[in-house]
Design a protein around this ligand. Sequence first.
Ligand code: ADP
Ligand code: ADP
Ligand code: ZN
Length: 214
Amino acid sequence: MNIVLFGAPGAGKGTQSALIVEKLGMVQISTGDLFRAAIKNKTELGKQAQAFMDKGELVPDSVTIQMVDEVLVNLKSKSFILDGFPRTQAQAEGLGKILKQRGLEIGKAIFLEVPKEELLGRLTGRRVCKACGAVYHVQTKPAKVDGVCDNCGGEVVQRNDDKVDVIATRLKTYEDNTLPLRSYYKEQGKYVELNGAQDSDKVFSALKTVVQGG
Ligand code: ADP
Ligand code: ADP
Ligand code: ZN
């Protein structure tokens, strides 16, 4: 089954997607990771995306949809999880169209519900590996050696957009643009809501049940 995983910045989308890749062998498509890779590689796409990301705004829909379309072309027949896409109604409609063209569909759109009070602490404490993208948290999931990735030895740093002023814009952007997707997927009968405020192994076991069609 193909899945959309959505929720606020800091809801745990990246953490859960990594578990799904590791334990269930699905393919993760994270638009945030794709944009960060484009920035790192100094591509034209990266140049376009960076200004929006630094401000905590969304990259324009047309650019984002096209990027996802290009990834979907190369997927072969593996089941995928969309992490952080769609984030707007236009992206959700665009996704529906490109999947239909390829004879694919989304099985479930899973919303990770986390109270706003919890998100700020998650985002300000988040650290990521510059090399492999592994996600840490200074309090709840510190790297074994401070600043060094457990997986690959890469440098563990704070994302530029995880600074307090940018976080405020990202949360507002999310409330205005992404929260309304709940009704979009409810109308399609694909909506599932999970409690994202539990320990991440509990979230994962609930997610796994949905992904495996339970
Ligand atoms: P988070 O994990 O905190 O939700 P992401 O890594 O998913 O953040 O996204 C980081 C930034 O990349 C967003 O603030 C936005 O600027 C851009 N971005 C990611 N996904 C999308 C998308 N689907 N549409 C537009 N912009 C996006
Ligand atoms: P998103 O991709 O939705 O922005 P992340 O998976 O990057 O979210 O998680 C944001 C931060 O919260 C990270 O530092 C991560 O370690 C932490 N985190 C993720 N899931 C949980 C959880 N269930 N409980 C506590 N902290 C969590
Ligand atoms: Zn790493």
